[in-house]
Design a protein around this ligand. Structure first.
Ligand code: DX5
Ligand code: ZN
Length: 212
């Protein structure tokens, strides 16, 4: 299981040391939640902060865009050189074009689905992406409760992926902890995001290891 701690739950007054601690603690990616106050009712960080995070992180960045007009933000965050940029399918009129825009920056494209969004919408786009991110909470805030219906969605998505693009990863984001990690793994998840579970623990290394 790949583990991507979400720095949304980190101590922002000590962000540099928090990022170093999770990287030294053995995480695989550093998950960055970008919120614009429109797509979700919250506002987080811009490229000035993310560029600083990229400088101290010894692991690649996994940027999750929760924004309206994602095309502008893709170009804004591309200089931070993340491994992945995830964009929400909801309300995106030209998903294929946006995916090509991400790929043209040399970044791996990923598509995010909110809890209510049907995974079958990905049928004709799966061959073009490297990852699907399934939200297991409503995006906007850390520390929310895991929505168990996502387990069924993971199983259906896994079947679709096996027929269309077996190399495509499944990532799950929201309410992930040691309580549901076994069920997620069994359903077919490759990577989890965890914010409050990791940053709320007294030992990040142990918390990361418990998910792996
Ligand atoms: C929610 C974010 C998540 C969040 C996860 O909108 O996308 O990445 O930080 O936090 P936890 O693990 O606390 O649910
Ligand atoms: Zn996220």
């Amino acid at each position: 299981m790949l583990v991507a701690p979400s720095i949304l739950s980190a101590d922002f007054l000590n962000l540099g040391s928090e990022v170093r601690l999770i990287c030294e603690g053995g995480c695989d990616y550093v998950h960055i939640d970008v919120m614009d106050g429109h797509f979700v009712p919250n506002l987080t960080m811009g490229p000035v902060v993310v560029e600083r995070v990229a400088k101290v992180a010894s692991k690649p960045l996994d940027i999750h865009l929760m924004v309206e007009g994602a095309s502008f933000f893709v170009d804004l965050f591309a200089p931070c050189k993340p491994e992945f940029i995830s964009i929400h399918i909801e309300g995106e009129k030209h998903l294929h074009r946006l995916i090509s825009q991400i790929r043209n920056h040399g970044i791996r494209p990923s598509v995010v689905l909110n809890p209510h969004t049907d995974e079958s919408l990905l049928k004709y786009i799966l061959t073009d992406i490297d990852m699907v991110l399934l939200m297991s909470v409503n995006p906007g805030f850390g520390g929310q409760k895991f929505i168990p219906n996502v387990l069924e969605k993971i199983r259906h998505l896994k079947e679709l992926i096996l027929t269309k693009n077996p190399n495509c990863l499944i990532e799950v984001d929201g309410g992930v902890s040691d309580k549901n990690i076994a069920a997620l793994q069994e359903a077919g998840v490759d990577m989890v995001v965890a914010g409050s579970y990791i940053f709320g623990s007294s030992d990040y290394k142990n918390a990361i290891a418990s998910l792996r």
